[in-house]
Design a protein. Structure first.
Length: 402
């Protein structure tokens, strides 16, 4: 570079105290990274240093991910989807993410290969947003409804392409093409185009979670719950008592079905009054405190079974929905699911005055109560009436003079 050009460049770009971050003469900040051996300057679209520092992290991470995955042996512009997918899989091996997340993303890759014929040999530069939209529509139209194990027909509400399945596959396409963008084979990711996003939203206007949040949650009252447990316990079947214990256990600790089914007697600590949930949805074990009713239930179960081995499961059944449905029919109350017992626990804790963050921790939520406030804040009318009577705007009346 000539002396004149060097001086000119210094007048245009001003280095900052942050590595890779430069300020243009117009006041905007730029990040300087290297991709495929080429120098790349990217505008951070801000004149605020604090905002620029936050935004540049994404570009630095992308460059680091490229160095981790390595470059394809093919020349720039000749990368096919299969090669980009191999680079992404290589990145997943060393990525600092949870094993469950890695498994979820691997499922998405398999869904893409299975549903998009010939995609592995397709040059990434030939993939357009219109092709992604057509693949999404074809994926949904050709999906086969899910048939549960040992069932003769498909599940009633199954289409074979749920919101979760489609989102999993679409995320996989986006992440693989992100690798191609980072490696310099693509200028922009066609799967992240606004038309693809709009098409996916039209295809699934309301997700399952949004539907669940939009309709009122039906929970049994305390009286109905006690009647339901007694009805199940006296149903006259061989495992009716075990089913009643199962229903009470979930209602008293708020565990998910899979979490409760994997609790062993060695996980029960009567001295500390805690229950260790080892198998959880997010892969992180947690401890749930025993309520008085839970302790009484566990002591009764332990006495009836004559102190079973620590390696034995606490619950003898893994499902009790059939018992719950039958008991609801006998009692003439609206049917509810086993998962509603988890909501019942959350509601009981909130009604007892336990703070939201603590209840969220007991339920295994990692958002410090954001989802709890959204889904579990269905305090009953009776409790609301009791709470509103405590609200006062006027100063408290002074006691009458003696």
């Amino acid at each position: 570079m000539s002396t004149a050009n060097a001086v000119k460049k210094q007048t245009v770009w001003s280095p900052t105290q942050v590595q890779f971050l430069y300020k243009h003469k117009n006041g905007r900040y730029y990040v300087r990274v290297f991709a495929c051996g080429k120098e790349k300057w990217t505008s951070l679209k801000t004149k605020l240093l604090s905002v620029a520092k936050n935004r540049m992290r994404e570009h630095i991470d992308a460059a680091e991910r490229q160095r981790t995955t390595g470059n394809s042996a093919e020349a720039v512009g000749r990368l096919n989807f299969g090669e980009a997918m191999a680079m992404y899989r290589k990145y997943l091996v060393t990525a600092d993410i949870r094993p469950n997340t890695k498994a979820y993303r691997e499922v998405g890759l398999k869904l893409v290969v299975r549903s998009w014929e010939g995609v592995e040999g397709l040059n990434v530069r030939r993939i357009t947003s219109k092709m992604v939209e057509e693949w999404l529509r074809r994926f949904k139209a050709t999906a086969v409804p899910y048939v549960p194990p040992r069932a003769k027909t498909a599940a009633r509400n199954s289409t074979g392409a749920s919101m979760t399945t489609i989102k999993c596959a679409l995320d996989a396409v986006r992440q693989v093409l992100d690798v191609a963008v980072t490696a310099g084979h693509l200028y922009a990711n066609p799967a992240r185009n606004s038309t693809v996003t709009d098409s996916a939203r039209r295809m699934f206007k309301v997700s399952r979670r949004e539907r669940a949040e939009s309709r009122p949650l039906r929970l049994p009252t305390r009286e109905e719950f006690l009647q339901l447990v007694e009805t199940i316990r006296t149903a006259g079947f061989s495992d009716c008592r075990a089913a009643a214990d199962y229903v009470q256990f979930i209602a008293f600790c708020g565990a998910r079905k899979s979490e409760a089914s994997n609790v062993l007697w060695s996980d029960i600590n009567f001295d500390r009054e805690t229950i260790h949930l080892r198998v959880t949805k997010n892969g992180e074990s947690r401890f749930v405190p025993m309520t008085t009713e839970m302790r009484q239930l566990l002591e009764k179960m332990k006495t009836e079974r004559k102190a079973g081995a620590p390696s034995n499961r606490v619950l003898l059944v893994k499902e009790a929905q059939g018992f719950i449905t039958s008991a609801c029919r006998k009692l003439g109350i609206q049917r509810f699911t086993t998962h509603a017992l988890r909501h019942l626990f959350g509601t009981a804790c909130l009604e007892a005055g336990v703070d939201v963050r603590t209840v969220a921790g007991w339920l295994g939520h990692k958002d410090n109560g954001a989802l709890l406030l959204k889904v579990y804040s269905h305090i009953r009318e009776q409790h609301e009436a009791e709470m509103i009577r405590k609200v006062r705007f006027a100063p408290p009346l002074q006691a009458a003079a003696a």
